[in-house]
Design a protein around this ligand. Structure first.
Ligand code: ADP
Ligand code: ZN
Ligand code: ZN
Length: 757
């Protein structure tokens, strides 16, 4: 007797549980119509949820009688292709994150919420035979209907609603409805464009709007190297100083991909840099190019996602989450400013879009290019090991000359609100030549500390281990960590003394000082406070780009990517903040910041100057950077990491816990520590080369233990072999998930943490 084969559908349900779920299929649904990547509606607890089909099976570990049935199939075709499903599975297992949440976060919001969002084609309206044969003169008084017919008459293949709307006015939608009802006009859904065939190059010429620049020698050899591996997995690092023409190299390589009928994915950091970049792309190519960034609304994002997934958009430029966009003809991935921290998501799924992109390229067997003037230690290490080609661009393209960098020793100098005499004189010289000056201060607000001169009271945030920043314009104190705001006290809350000092410099104060010293000069401050209004950043950047004899003041928003042709002097007012930090990555970050900020000086024909104010001019790292450049610094930093067995020579994971009481997170992390110690012993006894590979640091309080009223602690795991890290975490998760009592805290796992706080 043969038993009827069961149709069990495995799905990813958005829940914090780290597992897939099994459902049955009702008899009326043909199992062949249910494919991986389709959305289904499933009963879950007492509600229903939108889930994604992962696969089919005939076996389950669950008691068959307890299995529930899928309520509804939501899509006619999969919305996620196989390669993305595979990628997301990898993400869930690598980051030890619940698979349902991984799939959920990779989808545009409409797909997560709306059951009927999957219509992918466009609806076109056209005349029916009835209309063609009818006598239109009977419509003399139905002006709107007549007007619609006239418009449709010219386009037999049909028009979209948007196209109709562009010429119609008034109640035309009602008129269209009438025409449909009497069968004069009909609508149909045009299927999304089909995949183009390989080698289909008939419209090659049309893809290129403008030829690229004549590449210099270095650029040419970079492009040559890229060209040699343009259709297989191959990772390259373009390590090129600012202005060396990296973008020009990307463009040449993209051209090759377009000629091959391929799509290209370009990942960029989370900044307002995209418009400038997009303009350059659009100037060069006539294919459809779109950018996917955080300022878009859900409908816009959905549209771009669909048009990329159906192959209409050929170049997608996006921030980190764009790495999940389906691209059926993906031919290459480019990651610009690859060192940038924003490629790592710092909450929820703490993924690195860069690492995911590398996996995606490998899976798809296509090339991937990482570019930066200040490559990350991780990428340089990959180059050292021969896993990535190291392409160097050491000259500025065109006529631009590299800036001259020097330190201003502020010890013993009188500082006029944070600015030395030397710096002020330097600024005057540059302004006198009608050039712009950029002052960089990585701190918003007026002053970061308010101090009572009598009793020593300091403006602490009561919800965080942090000080409140004084914002002068809005005349209040604000915490930059929990955003709480308080009125400025008129007197010391402790002793009543009226003399409160504002200590330290924020950008707002720099602006005030600069206006006092240079009353006749135009000053533009660009930071998060001055650019909150939509479009404000864009218009301020334009102001700054066209300006002459101007002082620009900014936070790290200005350090990246932007191009100001008239800036000839860049100064960092205080680099000492970054010199001494407990984070082993702090020197790397500071070196990157210095080099990136310096890159803003003297592009084009004007030679630039960079001034760094410090009271530690003897600092070794600074001097290496100044004398041997970023690559000299990087060699040294890598050697140091190797010596100390730190990433990239070791792998780390951070377990973070958060609770309303210190004891709670401590108890949880102690428990994790015990579990992990046992796991470590087990691994070490079964695996010969695991001997003392697994190390723990902690549990310890987070560097900012109290934040927004919650207490936070952490436990770091470090290994030299990745598999040991993952084995340990897998066992830990299993044990913790089985122990309900242990889970009274919020906790998360951060694989390859970039910021250890
Ligand atoms: P990067 O991306 O490395 O900062 P870009 O590609 O933006 O460099 O180039 C910097 C500037 O140099 C741009 O204005 C660009 O137009 C110009 N440029 C790049 N390559 C060349 C070249 N081969 N000849 C002349 N100018 C170039
Ligand atoms: Zn006081
Ligand atoms: Zn706070």
């Amino acid at each position: 007797m043969s038993e009827k084969k069961l149709n069990i559908i495995q799905v990813a349900v958005p829940t914090p549980l780290r597992r897939k779920f099994d459902y049955l299929l009702s008899d009326v649904i043909n199992p062949d119509h249910v494919l991986p990547g389709m959305r289904v509606l499933v009963p879950f607890g007492r509600t229903k949820k939108i889930a994604i089909v992962l696969g089919k099976t005939s076996e389950t570990e669950i008691d068959i009688k307890k299995l529930r049935t899928i309520s509804k199939i939501l899509d006619k075709k999969p919305i996620l292709p196989e390669d993305i499903i595979k990628l997301l599975n990898w993400v869930a297992s690598y980051y030890h994150h619940p698979i349902g949440e991984v799939f959920q976060s990779a989808l545009p919001v409409h797909y997560r919420k709306k059951e009927s969002a999957s219509e992918q084609g466009v609806t076109l309206w056209s005349l029916t035979d009835i209309a063609w044969q009818a006598d239109w003169s009977q419509l003399k008084r139905a002006v709107r209907q007549r007007s619609i017919l006239e418009q449709l008459k010219n386009t037999p293949e049909g028009l979209t609603k948007q196209q109709l709307a562009s010429e119609q006015e008034g109640q035309w939608q009602a008129a269209l409805k009438v025409l449909c009802e009497k069968n004069w006009v009909s609508s149909r859904t045009k299927e999304p464009r089909q995949k183009r065939n390989e080698g289909h190059t008939d419209s090659q010429i049309e893809m290129i709007k403008n030829q690229g620049l004549f590449l210099n020698h270095e650029q040419q050899s970079a492009v040559e190297s890229l060209r040699q591996n343009k259709t297989v997995y191959f990772a390259s690092l373009i390590d090129g100083i600012t202005g060396s023409g990296k973008t020009e190299v990307y463009l040449s390589f993209i051209e090759e991909q377009l000629k091959n009928a391929r799509q290209v994915l370009v990942l960029v950091p989370e900044i307002g840099l995209t418009p400038q970049l997009i303009n350059r792309f659009e100037h060069r190519f006539s294919v459809k190019i779109q950018s996917l960034h955080s300022a878009l609304n859900n409908t816009q994002r959905m549209k771009i996602w669909q048009q990329t997934a159906n192959g209409e958009i050929r170049i997608l430029i996006g921030t980190r989450s764009a790495v999940f966009t389906p691209m059926p003809e993906l031919g290459a991935i480019i990651i610009d400013e690859e060192h940038d921290l924003s490629f790592k998501q710092q909450d929820g799924i703490r993924y690195s879009a860069k690492d995911i992109a590398l996996v995606r390229a490998k899976n798809a067997d296509i090339p991937i290019i990482l570019g930066s003037a200040t490559p990350s230690m991780e990428s340089l290490y990959l180059c050292q090991r021969g896993k990535m080609a190291h392409l160097k661009l050491r000259q500025r393209a065109g006529n631009a000359k590299p800036p001259e960098v020097h330190l201003i020793d502020v010890r013993g100098q009188y500082l006029q609100h944070g600015m030395s005499r030397t710096l002020i004189d330097l600024i005057k010289q540059h302004l006198a030549r009608e050039n712009q000056v950029l002052l960089f201060q990585n701190r918003r607000g007026y002053s970061p500390v308010l101090l009572c001169n009598k009793c020593g009271w300091i403006s602490h945030c009561h919800r965080c281990d942090a000080k409140l920043t004084y914002h002068r314009q809005r005349n209040h104190l604000r915490c930059h960590h929990c955003q709480i705001e308080q009125p400025l006290p008129m007197q010391c809350p402790e002793c009543g003394h009226a003399d409160l000092s504002q200590l330290g410099m924020g950008t707002e104060r720099v602006e005030k000082v600069v206006r006092e010293i240079f009353p006749e000069i135009d000053v533009v401050r660009i930071d998060r406070d001055t650019t909150q209004r939509k479009g404000a950043l864009q218009s301020m950047l334009e102001l700054a780009r066209d300006g002459k004899q101007q002082i620009l003041i900014g936070t790290q928003m200005l350090a990246k990517g932007h191009h100001f042709p008239n800036v000839t002097l860049v100064a960092i007012l205080d680099i000492d903040q970054g010199l001494y930090s407990i984070d082993f990555r702090a020197p790397e970050r500071l070196a990157q910041l210095i080099v990136q900020v310096s890159g803003r000086a003297g592009r084009e024909e004007k030679k630039g100057q960079v001034a760094l104010q410090t009271s530690h001019p003897e600092d070794e790292m600074l001097n290496t950077l100044l004398n041997q450049g970023y690559s000299g610094f990087a060699d040294k930093a890598l050697a140091e990491r190797k010596e100390l067995l730190l990433p990239p020579y070791a792998y780390q994971a951070l377990i973070r816990a958060e609770a309303n009481k210190i004891e709670k997170y401590q108890t949880f992390l102690e428990y994790c520590f015990q579990v992990l110690t046992q796991v470590k012993q087990l691994i070490e006894t079964t695996d010969a080369d695991a001997d003392s590979d697994i190390q723990f640091l902690g549990p310890i309080p987070a560097p900012m233990e109290k934040k927004a009223g919650k207490f936070r602690g952490q436990l770091l795991i470090q290994t030299c072999q990745r598999k040991h890290l993952h084995q340990s975490l897998n066992s830990l998760i299993q044990t913790v998930e089985a122990n309900k009592a242990a889970q009274r805290v919020r906790w998360s796992i951060d694989i390859d943490p970039q910021e250890i706080y």
